[in-house]
Design a protein around this ligand. Structure first.
Ligand code: ADP
Length: 488
């Protein structure tokens, strides 16, 4: 059994802005089932603290002139102990974990997450009298990436694993902030956290973690290429012997069309015809024409360039000529929010766009849609295509990252051997998306073929167990690497 400190800036259901929240809410539970002794460390954001009934302070820390309380509470509906880092100066504010209510990054993010990392280091080095020292600190994304760097050099330290959920977010700050935060000057060099004279959080993880992984095997290869590496591909190639890809799993209880409380008509492979009842209900709710036979294309996403919205917008002039409905839920960059909203206003019978974050609606779209769109430019893993498989909404995806690792393109062979689960687009040209959708919609006209594709999709198993077992092996490797004095 390993003692694991799982450090993350978000975890569902406490707080979630994207895939990291889902992963951090479900992987620790799966790890616990694999007999790992796990603690989840999470910032005590205002919205999280509001959910805690009886805050139980188990330890205190002190950084940057602030007294910090560590509060223990279970991760809801689980036995995973969560430790919240309660420091009002850093986390008691409105907005989301990273941006204020107007969508701008909090100007003191370097301070907020450096403080979070310092508390994690205190726990990792057993300085908080918790009577529990981890064997492995599992860090996730840039907000936690200083931890491996800060631990490096201590002889009694735990091993560190750093998981990249998205290379596009690196935590880059002006150089002076590094020195203002009083971080060890030994880290300030090109092989440390300096990145072209800027302070890079993510480099702390990439350069110092004992083992690095990302959330799909294909993305692990892609980030070693200049196109996907954001200037860090050289470092990643250098560390390739310590870099692997482990595909994310999904929470099969939360995302189960057979028991989903967010949807009105539950279904499984045998009762798949109930799915169309969810479609007509959603059409009614969104004021779209009610027709169970009209193909519905769904999309749920942060509205950022990564997700392929330019490809979609380029394809819209063609799509609106077809007998289809497009239902989009998301928020993000105002250009995409505005452009898509305008399209919906011009074509209210064809396009429905909801700007905002809505967990319930996201489940209802999965249950209603026939096809699900993810034309991403890159995708570390992607979760929505996995949810879509489960809900029989066939994914139309760009063949990159975790999308390539989880979807099988529909062609004669894959249809014949019942492995086909979705449709690939091989570049980001709008015409390519149009072609893929045309192929899909032709097959939709043949109910028998379509039903088989849905059954193929719904038969896939992306539960966490297999991936959690791979993480346990990674923890073991990380422990062995420091036990042998094999410091990086
Ligand atoms: P990313 O982490 O890049 O945002 P993923 O596909 O890995 O992409 O995970 C996105 C998660 O966030 C999914 O659970 C998805 O359903 C959810 N999500 C994204 N935008 C919204 C939204 N506007 N409303 C509800 N859920 C959303």
């Amino acid at each position: 059994m390993n003692k694991i400190l799982f450090v993350t800036s978000e975890a569902y259901p406490f707080i979630k802005t994207g895939g990291l929240g889902d992963v951090a809410g479900s992987l620790p539970r799966a790890l616990q089932k694999c007999k790992q002794d796990i603690r989840l460390l999470l910032p005590g954001y205002r919205s999280v603290m509001a959910q805690i009934k009886n805050p139980q302070v188990i330890a205190e820390a002190f950084h940057y002139g602030h007294k910090i309380r560590i509060i223990e509470t279970p991760l809801p509906s689980s036995r995973v102990k969560t430790w919240l880092v309660d420091c009002p100066a850093a986390f008691d504010r409105p907005g989301n974990p990273y941006v204020d209510t107007t969508g701008n990054n909090w100007s003191d993010n370097a301070f907020r997450f450096a403080l979070f990392c310092l508390v994690a280091v205190d726990i990792a080095l057993n300085r908080c009298n918790l009577g529990w020292q981890p064997d492995v600190v599992h860090c996730n994304d840039w907000q936690t990436a200083l931890i491996p760097a800060l631990l490096n050099g201590y002889s009694e330290r735990p091993a560190s694993v750093f998981t990249i959920h998205n290379m596009a977010y690196q935590g880059l700050f002006p150089k002076q902030q590094f020195f203002e935060l009083g971080l060890p000057s030994s880290l300030w060099h090109p092989d440390g956290v300096e990145f072209y004279d800027q302070f890079s959080f993510i480099k702390g993880g990439l350069a110092y973690a004992d083992y690095i992984n990302t959330v799909s095997p294909t993305y692990a290869r892609e980030i070693q290429l200049p196109e996907f590496g954001y200037g860090l591909d050289g470092l990643l190639r250098h560390r390739s012997d310590r870099l692997s890809g482990i595909l994310n799993g999904i929470d099969n209880d939360t995302w189960n069309p057979g028991s989903d409380l967010h949807i009105s008509y539950r279904y499984n492979k045998q009762t798949i015809k109930n799915k169309s009842l969810n479609k007509t209900e959603l059409q009614t709710a969104l004021k779209l024409p009610i027709d169970a036979n009209l193909p519905m294309i769904g999309m749920i996403s942060r509205m950022v360039e990564q997700k392929g919205f330019d490809t979609l917008i380029g394809a819209l002039p063609e799509l609106v000529k077809w007998p289809v409905q497009l239902v989009i839920l998301g928020n993000g960059q105002s250009y995409y929010e505005k452009t898509l909203t305008e399209w919906a206003q011009h074509y209210p019978h064809k396009i429905s766009v909801r700007i905002g974050y809505d967990e319930t609606l996201s489940h209802r779209i999965e249950a209603a849609a026939d096809l699900f769109l993810m034309p991403s430019l890159f995708e570390p893993c992607g979760l929505n295509q996995l949810y879509s498989l489960r809900y029989g909404a066939l994914p139309v995806v760009r063949d990159v990252g975790g999308l390539a690792d989880s979807i099988v393109d529909t062609n004669e062979t894959s249809m014949a051997n019942h492995t086909a689960t979705g449709f690939f687009i091989t570049d980001n040209q709008p015409a390519t998306l149009v072609n893929a959708l045309q192929t899909a919609l032709q097959l939709y006209q043949n109910p028998e073929v379509w039903r088989q594709l849905q059954v193929n999709a719904m038969s896939q198993d992306f539960s966490w167990l297999k991936s959690a077992e791979e993480y346990v092996k990674l923890y073991q490797l990380a422990r062995e690497s420091i036990a042998g004095g094999d410091e990086t």
